[in-house]
Write a protein that binds this ligand. Structure first.
Ligand code: FNR
Length: 406
C-alpha cells in the first residue's frame, strides 16, 4: 500500500467504495464525514471516554477556533497541469515518508479500544504512515515498536519531573528503533478540561495510560514496591512525576544532548519560541495547540503557522496539527508552509468504532481525500504546494494576488 502513493491512492479508494456500493450493495461501515464519525464514536464509547477525547480546555473556544481558522482560506483549483500521477512523498528531518501525514500522539488508547495503541500502530504500519507513540500510552513503546516492525514510528516524550525517567524514555525509544523524538512542551501541567472536571474523570488514576512508566527501570527505582504489588502508590508516583513546570529553554539544550535522533518540539505557537527552539538545535517543530486541550481561547494553530514558517521554515522541519479533519485542511496547511500534518481525533474515533480496521479506514479516507484535493487543485506533488494555492476567503481580490492582507 505504502508504495502506491506515488500513483493514485485517491482514485483507487473511490473505485473500491463505489464498486462495493454498486456491485455488492455494501456501503462503508466507517462514515467518511468527520461529524458522523464523531457521533458514531460517541455512541460506541462510555460518557467518560468520549468526553476525554472530544473535550478541550475551558469553554472549548480553542477547539472551535482551530476549525474556523481553515474557513479564512480558500483553495484555488488550477487546470491542465498534468496531475496523472501524484507524488505524495515528503522529506522530514532527513527521512523520506510516503505521504505528508503521521498519526498524532494520542495517549490512553485503552479507553477507546482493548487493542489500544497496538491496533493504531498496525493500521499505520499497513499504510506506511508514521505512528507517533505517546509517553502516556496504554501499551509500552517496545510492544508498539514490535507491531510497527519496519514501518516508521516516532516517540512522543512527556518530559518528566524526574530527569532519569526522561533520559530513560529517550534511551528506550532509541533502542526500540523509533526514528525521531517529539517532545511536547505545551503540557507542563494538564489543562482545565471542563468535561473531565464535571465527570471527575482522569483515566490515569484508573491505571490507564501508564504502561511506559510502570515498565521503566528509572521510574520503578522511585517506588518502594513494584507497580504490580502496589499499583495505587505507583499511580500516585506517576501523577507526581508526569510533568515538569519548572523547565526552561536551557533544559532543551540538555535534551538535545541526550540523543542523536532528530528532535522535534511540539506545541509551538509563537515565532520567538520557534526561533529559540531552533537555536537549541532541534530539527523540527510541531505547530499545535494540543487540539485545544490546554488553553481556552488560545490562538488557533493554523493562524500561528504562517509566521512561524516565515521565521524558521528554512532551518527546521515544520509539522502542523490541531483541526485537521479532511484532505482540504491538509492541503491548506501545506500551502501555508507545513511540511506534513498530524492526524489526531479522527483516527481516535476510528479506533473507538472498529479498532485497527477503524483506524485504517479513517486514515485511508483521509489520504484519498488529500490525494484527490492535490490533483484537483493542480498539484502533482506535495513539494509543489505553496501559497499560490490559496486566497484569503471573502476578501480575495485577484488584482492583489495570494498575498492580500486579511
Ligand atoms: C492528545 N494529544 C496528545 N499530544 C501529546 O503530545 N501527547 C499525548 O499523549 C496526547 N494525548 C492526546 C489524547 C487525546 C484523547 C487527544 C484528543 C489528543 C494531542 C494530539 O497529539 C494532537 O495535538 C491533537 O489531537 C490535534 O488536535 P485534533 O486535530 O485532534 O483536534
Amino acid at each position: 500500500m505504502a508504495d502506491d502513493y506515488s500513483h493514485t491512492v485517491g482514485r483507487d479508494r473511490l473505485v473500491e467504495v463505489y464498486t462495493q456500493g454498486m456491485l455488492a450493495d455494501r456501503t462503508p461501515e466507517i462514515p467518511p464525514s468527520f461529524e458522523e464519525l464523531e457521533a458514531a464514536a460517541e455512541e460506541a464509547l462510555d460518557d467518560e471516554a468520549y468526553a476525554y477525547v472530544a473535550g478541550g480546555a475551558g469553554e472549548e473556544r480553542t477547539v472551535g477556533a482551530n476549525r474556523r481558522a481553515f474557513d479564512r482560506w480558500r483553495l484555488v483549483p488550477r487546470m491542465l497541469r498534468d496531475v496523472a500521477e501524484r507524488d505524495l512523498s515528503v522529506d522530514l528531518c532527513g527521512n523520506e515518508y510516503p505521504a505528508p501525514i503521521a498519526l498524532a500522539p494520542i495517549g490512553v488508547q485503552s479507553i477507546l479500544h482493548d487493542d489500544a495503541e497496538l491496533a493504531s500502530a498496525r493500521a499505520a504500519a499497513e499504510l506506511g504512515v508514521p505512528f507517533v507513540q505517546s509517553s502516556a500510552a496504554s501499551e509500552t513503546l517496545e510492544d508498539v515498536a514490535e507491531e510497527l516492525g519496519d514501518a516508521p514510528g516516532w516517540f512522543q516524550l512527556y518530559w518528566s519531573a524526574e530527569r532519569e525517567v526522561t533520559a530513560s524514555f529517550v534511551e528506550r525509544a532509541e533502542e526500540a528503533g523509533y526514528e525521531a523524538i517529539v517532545v511536547t512542551l505545551d503540557t507542563p501541567v494538564l489543562g482545565w478540561r471542563e468535561r473531565d472536571v464535571d465527570l471527575g474523570y482522569l483515566p490515569f488514576l484508573d491505571g490507564e495510560g501508564v504502561a511506559n512508566y510502570f515498565s521503566d527501570p528509572a521510574f520503578r527505582d522511585l517506588l518502594a514496591d513494584p507497580p504490580e504489588e502496589n499499583p495505587d502508590a505507583a499511580i500516585m508516583q506517576f501523577i507526581d512525576v508526569f510533568g515538569d513546570p519548572s523547565l526552561t529553554w536551557d533544559d532543551l539544550e540538555w535534551l538535545r544532548e541526550q540523543t542523536d535522533l532528530p528532535l522535534l518540539v511540539k506545541g509551538i505557537l509563537h515565532p520567538d519560541d520557534a526561533e529559540r527552539a531552533v537555536e537549541c538545535g532541534v530539527d523540527g517543530l510541531v505547530v499545535s495547540n494540543h487540539g485545544g486541550r490546554q488553553v481556552d481561547n488560545a490562538v488557533s494553530a493554523l493562524s500561528a503557522l504562517p509566521r512561524i514558517v516565515e521565521r524558521v521554515g528554512d532551518d527546521a522541519t515544520v509539522l502542523f496539527d490541531s483541526g485537521i479533519r479532511r484532505g482540504a485542511d491538509a492541503v491548506i496547511a501545506l500551502a501555508l508552509g507545513a511540511d506534513s500534518v498530524l492526524f489526531g481525533r479522527p483516527y481516535a474515533y476510528g479506533l473507538a468504532i472498529d479498532g485497527e480496521n477503524g483506524v485504517r479506514e479513517v486514515t485511508e479516507n483521509f489520504l484519498a481525500d488529500l490525494d484527490l484535493t492535490l490533483a484537483l487543485t493542480g498539484h502533482d506533488s506535495v513539494a509543489d504546494v505553496d501559497r499560490d494555492a490559496l486566497v484569503p476567503a471573502a476578501e480575495w481580490r485577484p488584482d492583489r494576488g495570494a498575498d492580500a492582507e486579511w
